[in-house]
Design a protein around this ligand. Structure first.
Ligand code: FE2
Length: 300
């Protein structure tokens, strides 16, 4: 598929995650892409972090920068003054980790939708986040609250819900979308049933069909070290990656009849509607005729 220019003011004016701060500090400068534009992120230890848009002839312009939740965020347009907050991130007894940034050859919307999908656990993450025959998705609620999508009351049996789990448990979930490409999930902590672990992915749309999924973990976990948790997250993600990369079309179809809905898809229907209402046009397919053409072209 030829690369399209972005021309999507909604996405251009948003903040997007482009790198984990420690990666820039230790391994910078980092070259990456955002909405089809080439970026360089520099700022080794002690220096200010700078994000520049570059072309073949050199630096075109300096972009706005913010550092939030352990990541560098930037924007190609005029971003809002604030970014959504994650109150748990500021709680002192939590353990915070950027557990890896993974490239995926599909659109950001597809990655987000996979993250929101409870039904795939026993099939894709069998023995970890789900187990056959416990495949039933129980009834849950989805709605928009204060401009954010919330799916609440989700429950699922999980044999190993997190590295800190010592036994299988019925895990309670809520999903939150406060940014089109940054889904968060709140799940019962194996250590404290009254509190929730917060897990997210901050998805960077590099092009329409190439993304980088930055994993975000904010956990109550005293025992496990960095490497063990990173390994667990890498296993889970390596199970998702081939599924994601095989979905066609790669751009997310938004038409109301785009893909047959099943119950577990309540959240994704809400998500697609939300993207439509926001006016997102890059990395998605808004029109049904186009969807048929794109699917045929990719399958060929
Ligand atoms: Fe998954």
């Amino acid at each position: 598929m030829p690369e399209r220019l972005c021309n999507d003011p909604v996405l251009e004016n948003l903040w997007h995650p482009v790198a984990a701060i420690p990666d820039v500090r230790e391994r910078g400068p980092i070259t990456t892409q955002l909405l089809g534009e080439k970026l360089v992120i520099s700022g080794q230890a002690g220096e200010e972090i700078v994000v520049s848009e570059v072309s073949d002839v050199g630096i075109d312009r300096r972009l706005p920068v913010r550092e939030s939740f352990g990541f560098v965020w930037t924007s190609l347009g005029s971003p809002p003054e604030t970014l959504f907050d994650i109150p748990e991130f500021h709680e002192p007894d939590r353990w915070y980790e950027n557990s890896g940034s993974f490239g995926v050859h599909t659109s950001a919307g597809r990655v987000v939708e996979n993250f929101l999908d409870l039904a795939h656990f026993p099939f894709v993450h069998d023995g970890y986040l789900g187990e056959q025959p416990y495949t039933e998705v129980k009834e849950y609620s989805v709605g928009i609250d204060n401009g954010e999508i919330w799916a609440t009351g989700c429950e699922f049996y999980q044999p190993i819900a997190a590295v800190s789990a010592t036994d299988g448990q019925v895990t309670k979930y809520s999903y939150r979308l406060a940014h089109p490409f940054c889904p968060l999930l709140y799940k019962t902590s194996p250590l404290d049933p009254e509190r929730f672990d917060v897990i997210g992915i901050f998805v960077q749309p590099m092009t329409e069909v190439q993304t980088c999924a930055h994993q975000f973990l904010c956990l109550l976990d005293e025992a496990n070290d960095d490497a063990t948790i990173k390994r667990f997250q890498a296993i889970i993600f390596s199970q998702d990656k081939p599924i994601l990369e095989n979905q066609v079309p790669k751009r997310l179809p938004l038409g109301p009849r785009a893909e047959t809905p099943i119950r577990a898809d309540k959240t994704s229907i809400q998500y697609r509607r939300w993207l439509t209402e926001l006016g997102v046009s890059y990395g998605v397919i808004r029109d049904e005729a186009q969807q048929v053409a794109a699917t045929k072209e990719e399958v060929r």
